[in-house]
Design a binder for this molecule. Structure first.
Ligand code: SF4
Ligand code: SF4
Length: 152
């Protein structure tokens, strides 16, 4: 039996609100796209935020997973916890992100790992950053603006 589906055939993300989910359910919503681990630049004059295709130093671009998820906030000051306490953060999450979709009352896409039973969306080039991101380990901070991308 699908572990994400109850005896009644309903999935937890269909029956629970984000606030009602337990930690394991909450974490399982992340599809591993890596999009929220791309560095953003903010224009100090206009407050406009620009997405780059430069990834956080801790993002493993082969797996698209954080290399030290347990200690991410200690190691990367800019790492932001996805939480309902800051609903404004969902605006800059990608439109494909499960947290944003459910927060906006939408449903998961049919390629989501919870539905396909694959662990991540690495093969989905429309979603995963794995094939186009470059790690900040190889980019000088002054060069970040050269990597601004429209893709979200
Ligand atoms: S954008 Fe959403 S689904 Fe993608 S890695 Fe971040 S939290 Fe996970
Ligand atoms: S510390 Fe980990 S979770 Fe946070 S932005 Fe970097 S790679 Fe992503």
């Amino acid at each position: 039996m699908d572990c994400n589906v109850s005896d009644a055939g309903t999935a937890f993300w269909q029956t629970k609100s984000l606030a009602q989910m337990n930690a394991q359910e909450w974490e399982s919503l992340c599809d591993g796209c890596g999009q929220c681990c791309l560095i953003k630049l903010e224009d100090e004059d206009t407050a406009k935020v620009y997405q780059t295709r430069v990834s956080c130093q801790l993002l493993d671009l082969k797996s698209c997973r954080c290399r030290d998820y347990a200690h991410r906030f200690e190691k990367v000051a800019a790492c932001v916890k996805v939480t309902l306490d800051k609903p404004e953060q969902f605006e800059w999450m990608p439109e494909t992100c499960a947290y944003r979709l459910l927060y906006e009352g939408k449903t998961l896409h049919d390629w989501h790992p919870l539905l396909t039973q694959n662990q991540s969306v690495l093969q989905n080039q429309e979603v995963s950053v794995s094939h186009y991101a470059i790690s900040e380990e190889y980019i000088h901070p002054d060069q970040l603006q050269d990597y601004i991308s429209e893709k979200r």
